[in-house]
Design a protein. Structure first.
Length: 167
């Protein structure tokens, strides 16, 4: 059973996007590193994943332009100094792991809804949070906000997917 946008609401900011209505999203129990089950059904990111050990979303610049981020749901990838990761941060000289597929945890934020959190502790603890957004017009797009709050080691991004497929 696929989950549709019936539990979504439209928000208007500088651009239109659809976000999960956090009051209606219940806990999503992890099935795999890229799928979970809630009362609506199964949410599955596998249609957005690269299966060839490369990042599906490579070197996406964060909003303020200081760093670039690569991300692949479901399957690990390697990129220069990042090995067998879910996410990687770089300034094009240094590379920092942002967690493994094994660390994936599905969580719900009261304001922004459902997200996947990945943790890495190879040197300094870094966390990647990927918020799941349903949007009829944005298939497989990744936006990267960057560190939030500013100066922290928590990196926030949004991934968009057409609702009729998985979430």
């Amino acid at each position: 059973m696929d989950v549709t946008c019936s539990w979504m609401k439209i928000l208007f900011f500088m651009f239109l996007y659809v976000t999960v209505d956090a009051e209606q999203v219940d806990e999503c129990v992890k099935l795999t590193s890229c799928s979970c089950r809630n009362s609506e059904g199964i949410i599955d990111l596998s249609p957005l994943a690269s299966t060839d050990y490369t990042a599906k979303f490579k070197d996406v610049q964060e909003e303020d332009g200081s760093y670039y981020f690569s991300y692949n749901p479901c399957y690990s990838f390697s990129e220069n100094g990042c090995t067998a990761v879910s996410g990687c941060q770089t300034d094009m000289t240094n590379y920092f792991s942002l967690g493994t597929q094994y660390s994936a945890a599905f969580k719900v934020d009261a304001t922004n809804g459902l997200y996947i959190e990945y943790d890495d502790t190879t040197d300094v603890k870094r966390t990647l949070q990927v918020y799941l957004k349903c949007d009829q017009g944005e298939e497989g797009k990744l936006d990267v906000k960057g560190a939030f709050p500013s100066g922290s080691a928590i990196y926030v991004s949004r991934i968009y997917h057409v609702s009729s497929s998985s979430f």
